[in-house]
Ligand binder design. Structure first.
Ligand code: NAD
Length: 273
């Protein structure tokens, strides 16, 4: 993809799943990657190792690719840690061009029984965390008078309600206006803000069904394309939106969902019979 080689990228929550695949995909495009993790350094090191492997496969020689990659610890819900993370990444890379707001959690429960603290926990990571990191990164872009890119990893639940996951659905609904408002506010500075909306994707967040063939089949029955997505499929669309190939796109969420946002129940003509 155009314009990614040599770019400096920060990926939050990159120690597993979609964030891990995004870090690897950016490295494959020749971008420098800062791999954020909250607490599990061993998992994050796995991402670093995969980045290393992909660089070996693509470039064969460390000197040839010149790609810098490193781990950076921070809990995105903690303002002081976010400020330090962004500062450290900028110092280490000598700049920053692209932020991928990927860190996210979900918690299940009947909506009338959710405790305030559980409700806030999800909003803190998915929305407040994304806001805090975007704020620090945009502040830097502005201070340098340079363009930049923010990509928010949202969800089909930005649009589709999710019973028993109220806080998640509220957080991803909020992400739509995080993306659109930042996009509008900073377009005049050449800063683009977009999102991707993954559908059901095979990653650890879906522990409940990914390793159970029967439950997986049950999930996939609801998806028009008949299967769950892969983290790599989410990553490639993310790198596209961050690249110069998407230079005229801002404020959009691109759903990567096998058709889940197409109202699959309307695949038959039941409503007109
Ligand atoms: P995942 O659980 O593998 O990844 C989430 C990552 O966020 C983990 O690495 C976790 O450590 C990190 N994280 C959580 N809290 C954090 C914090 N406070 N600070 C820093 N990092 C933190 O799951 P995933 O599926 O790869 O999820 C990635 C993103 O994709 C999430 O935002 C999720 O909502 C979104 N998404 C996933 C799916 C799916 O089906 N897998 C669908 C739609 C959207």
């Amino acid at each position: 993809m155009n314009g990614l080689k040599g770019k400096k990228v920060l990926v939050t929550g990159a120690s597993s799943g979609i964030g891990q695949a995004i870090a690897v995909q950016f490295a494959a495009e020749g971008a420098h990657v800062a791999i954020n993790y909250r607490s599990n350094m061993i998992e994050a090191e796995k991402t670093d190792e995969l980045v290393h492997q992909v660089l070996d496969n693509y470039y064969h020689d460390d000197k040839e690719h010149g790609v810098n990659h490193f781990l950076v610890q921070a809990d995105v819900t903690k303002e002081d840690q976010v400020i330090k993370m962004v500062k450290d990444v900028i110092e280490n890379f000598g700049g920053l061009d692209i932020l991928i707001n990927n860190a996210g959690i979900q918690m299940a429960g009947n909506s009338h029984e959710i405790t305030l603290s559980d409700f806030q926990k999800v909003l803190d990571v998915n929305i407040t965390g994304a806001f805090l990191v975007a704020r620090e990164v945009i502040k830097y872009f502005l201070s340098q008078q340079k363009p930049g890119v923010v990509i928010n990893i949202s969800s089909v639940h930005q649009e589709i309600p999710k019973p028993q996951y109220l806080s998640y659905a509220v957080s991803k609904g909020g992400m739509q206006n995080l993306t659109r408002t930042l996009a509008l506010e900073y377009a005049k500075y050449g800063i683009r803000v977009n999102g991707i909306g993954p559908g059901a994707t095979v990653t650890p967040i879906n522990r409940a069904w990914i390793d159970d063939p029967i439950r997986k089949k049950e999930v996939e029955k609801h998806i028009p394309l008949g299967r769950a997505g892969t983290a790599e499929e989410m990553a490639v669309v993310t790198t596209f939106l961050a690249s110069d190939d998407a230079a005229y796109i801002t404020g959009q969420t691109l759903f990567v969902d096998g058709g889940l946002t197409l109202y699959p129940d309307f695949a038959t003509t039941w409503s007109s019979q």
